[in-house]
Write a protein that binds this ligand. Sequence first.
Ligand SMILES: *[C@@H]1O[C@H](CO)[C@@H](O)[C@H](O)[C@H]1NC(C)=O
Ligand SMILES: *[C@@H]1O[C@H](CO)[C@@H](O)[C@H](O)[C@H]1NC(C)=O
Length: 331
Amino acid sequence: MRLPRELAFSLLLPLTSLALPTLEADQIPLSSPASALVKNHTNVRPLVLWHGLGDSHSSPGMLKFANLIRDVHPGIFVHSIYIEENLDADQRAGFFGNVNEQLEGVSQQIAGIDELKHGFDAIGFSQGGQFLRAYVERYNSPSVHNLLTFGSQHMGVSDLPLCAPGDVLCQIARRAARFGVYSKYAQTNLIQAQYFRDPDQLSTYLEVNEFLASINNEVANAVNNTYADNLASLEHLVLILFSEDKTVVPKESSWFGSYEPKDEGAVALLPGAERPIIPMRLQPTYIADTFGLRTLDERGAVILEVCEGEHMRISEECWKPLVERFVGAPL
Ligand SMILES: *[C@@H]1O[C@H](CO)[C@@H](O)[C@H](O)[C@H]1NC(C)=O
Ligand SMILES: *[C@@H]1O[C@H](CO)[C@@H](O)[C@H](O)[C@H]1NC(C)=O
């Protein structure tokens, strides 16, 4: 779930002098203290990024992407969300930790940045997308105008992400989660378990999950209307699905789709048959509008986009028109 090969030069390169949480225009590579670099950019609306799994706030891929955005919107202020300032620790925090606690810290981080205080647009890569959506629903102070999510898992995953060969962190997390994705341990310590939504164990998921089930307001007696009000306050929610995504299972999760739960007495699928997908507009939480998605959609504010290719292979044809249209509005 990292940034694509064309963006991430190589995560194996030594990441020297790059550990600045705030990415500043015309200061790449980042090599001096953030505070000394911060200038006021008042020409365009600022942008917040949240990286994906296996990546970190200032990886070469993230810095490159921030630079590409600055080419489109000169002078834009870009902040890259970090859980840890240290890049290795930040990468690890994408696998291990409690998302709800991480979000609390992120809300304080965002609130403490002067440039963001009048609101911002946000781009989430892969799991960073559902985390930013959670920021909008639970905090949104300062508020998000446009939220773009690339290959995110808005209805969770039904399988754990495949690990690249040699990705030890990922393999450890995957193995640990296998011992019980719905155990108390996994649900509070393994990030991917906190958006693991197994259609064959929906009742267990609804009982123990405190992240995805919460932000999707799936638990009937725990619906929080603030989430709906905040989500519906977005100008646009842009959901990007990768046509060949094999990392996100099912890939339709990027558009709020999920596998149909297995009903008692359901006819078994023929071998090799695709399991049916419940699309966004037929999801019970959409129909009941529990978290504001339907309100947004009926206003024409949910934009469903497809980018060609595997998970997070973000080509220029994919990102550029979206960044031109939804990022960097003049102030
Ligand atoms: C930047 O903005 C802050 C408040 O928004 C202000 O206090 C400060 O003087 C500004 N700095 C510059 C260099 O304009
Ligand atoms: C609903 O969410 C808001 C925003 O996160 C929070 O302040 C509030 O305490 C929540 N309400 C309940 C009943 O949990």
